[in-house]
Design a protein around this ligand. Structure first.
Ligand SMILES: [Zn+2]
Length: 70
């Protein structure tokens, strides 16, 4: 699925098994776990959303969907 690249803000691709995030525009290429940390560091408002998708849970809140990133 397409997600927002945290580096260049263009479309990046999240692999269907949530294992890998890769951007076709810049050199961004990380495992999903690293991506979540990267985004959380850069924009804390994303961390809740992402933790939902990562199955990390524990925060008791899901505040959005990846659809908003289009
Ligand atoms: Zn990028």
């Amino acid at each position: 699925m397409k997600i927002k690249c945290p580096k260049c803000r263009e479309d990046a691709v999240l692999s269907p098994d949530f294992a890998k995030v890769k951007c076709g525009t810049c050199e961004f290429d990380m495992s999903y776990g690293d991506y979540v940390e990267y985004v959380a560091h850069n924009d804390p408002t994303y961390s809740d959303i992402l933790s939902d998708y990562a199955g990390a849970a524990g925060k008791g809140q899901s505040s959005g969907t990846l659809d908003e990133w289009d």
